[in-house]
Design a protein around this ligand. Structure first.
Ligand code: F6P
Length: 346
C-alpha cells in the first residue's frame, strides 16, 4: 500500500514525532511505501510531494515544526478542490492518507472521508480544543512554556509592584491559560468561555496589591469583556483579517487589558505576549510520547482499513473514534473547571 502523509494548520511540537512513528511502523511493520504531501491540504491539491521514508525521518523526533511544512489551505473553498485531490492521489498511486491536524485540517478530512477518500486523522493542536480525546499533542509543551514564563514574571512583577498581563494562545478555548495559570499561580485567569467584567478584574488586581504580592493575569488571546460578548462596543479585540476557514486573526487583548487596568487602577501594568514561542522548539517528553503513540496507532488503522477515524487518548489508552467526534464540536473549559482556578484569584 502507498500512504500519503500531511500536516495542516498551525505548527505544533510533536508533528515530526507523529510522522516518524507513522513511517517507521508503516515500513517495518506493514511494508508500506510513503508519499510526503507538503504544506497541508495544498500538497494533495496541487501535487506538492516529497520523498518520505525511514531515512527522511532520522533525527526528527525532538525537532519542533514539521518536515512536511504546513498551511491553512481549505480545498472546499477552491473550485474542483475535491476532484483535484482525488486526481492527484490517483496519479501518485496513493491508496490512503494520514492527515495530522486540528479542527480545520481534520474538518476537511471528515468531509473527504464522507466522500469516500481513505483518510485517518491524528489530532494536533496546542489549544487542546478537539473533542473525543483527553489531550492533543503540543498542548503540554505550550503549557510548560507558558508556565515557565509566568514563574519568571512573578519575581519581576513583585520587584516593581506592577501588574503583569501574560497573553497566551487559545482562540476559542482557554485550556492553555487555565493549565498554565493554575501551574504558575496566576492571580487571575481570563478565558474565551467566560467573558470578564473589567470592574471585577480591577477589584481583584487591587486586592492582590493589598498583600505584598503583585498580580499576574493570564489571558487567552480569545478572551472578551462581557460588554463585547454581548455585542456592545467594548475593547476592540480583533483585526478584520480572515483565513480560509473563516477565523479572524486574534491578538492584542493583553495590551488592551494592561492599558485599561492602568487607567482604572492607577497601577503600572505591562503586557507580555507569548505568541508563537508557545508553538516553537522541542516537544516535551509527554508530547513526544503521545505523538509517537498516535502515529503508531494511525498507521495500524490504515492497515486495518479503518478509515474515517481519528486517534484519541482516553486515560492511557489510544483508541479510534469517528473523525466527526473530534471535529463536530470544540472541547471547551466548563464553568466547573474554571471555578477551580477561581479559588486562587485576587
Ligand atoms: O490553532 C492553534 C493556534 O496556535 C491558535 O492558538 C492561534 O489562534 C492560531 O493558531 C494562530 O495562528 P497563526 O500562527 O496562523 O497566526
Amino acid at each position: 500500500m502507498r500512504v500519503g502523509v500531511l500536516t495542516g494548520g498551525g505548527d505544533c511540537p510533536g508533528l515530526n514525532a507523529v510522522i516518524r512513528a507513522v513511517v517507521r511502523k508503516g515500513v517495518q511493520g506493514h511494508g508500506f511505501e510513503f508519499v510526503g504531501y507538503r504544506e497541508g491540504w495544498k500538497g494533495p491539491l496541487e501535487g506538492l510531494t516529497m520523498q518520505l521514508g525511514v531515512e527522511e525521518c532520522r533525527g526528527i523526533l525532538p525537532r519542533g515544526g514539521t518536515i512536511l511544512g504546513s498551511s491553512r489551505t481549505n480545498p472546499f473553498k477552491i473550485d474542483d478542490g475535491v476532484e483535484r485531490i482525488r486526481k492527484n492521489l490517483a496519479a501518485d498511486g496513493v491508496d490512503a492518507l494520514v492527515a495530522i491536524g486540528g479542527e480545520d485540517t481534520l474538518g476537511v478530512a471528515t468531509k473527504l472521508a464522507d466522500l469516500g477518500v481513505n483518510v485517518v486523522g491524528v489530532p494536533k493542536t496546542i489549544d487542546n480544543d478537539l473533542s473525543g480525546t483527553d489531550f492533543t499533542f503540543g498542548f503540554d509543551t505550550a503549557v510548560n512554556i507558558a508556565t515557565e514564563a509566568i514563574d519568571r514574571l512573578h519575581t519581576t512583577a513583585e520587584s516593581h509592584h506592577r501588574v503583569l498581563v501574560v497573553e497566551v494562545m487559545g482562540r476559542h478555548a482557554g485550556w492553555i491559560a487555565l493549565h498554565a495559570g493554575i501551574a504558575g499561580g496566576a492571580s487571575i485567569v481570563l478565558i474565551p468561555e467566560q467573558p470578564f467584567d473589567i470592574e471585577e478584574v480591577c477589584r481583584l488586581v487591587e486586592s492582590r496589591f493589598e498583600s505584598r504580592y503583585a498580580p499576574i493575569l493570564v489571558v487567552s488571546e480569545g478572551a472578551v469583556p462581557a460588554e463585547a460578548a454581548e455585542g456592545e462596543d467594548g475593547m476592540t479585540l480583533q483585526s478584520g483579517e480572515v483565513d480560509a476557514f473563516g477565523h479572524v486573526r486574534l491578538g492584542g487583548i493583553g495590551d488592551r487589558l494592561a492599558g485599561e487596568l492602568e487607567r482604572r487602577t492607577g497601577k503600572e501594568a505591562r503586557a507580555v505576549v507569548l505568541g508563537h514561542v508557545q508553538r516553537g522548539g522541542t516537544p516535551t517528553a509527554f508530547d513526544r510520547w503521545l505523538a509517537t503513540r498516535f502515529g503508531l496507532q494511525a498507521i495500524d488503522a490504515v492497515a486495518d482499513g479503518d478509515f474515517g477515524t481519528m486517534m484519541a487518548l482516553r486515560g492511557t489508552k489510544i483508541i479510534r473514534v469517528p473523525l466527526i467526534e473530534g471535529t463536530g464540536e470544540l472541547k471547551l473549559v466548563s464553568p466547573e473547571e474554571y471555578a477551580e482556578a477561581q479559588v486562587f484569584f485576587g
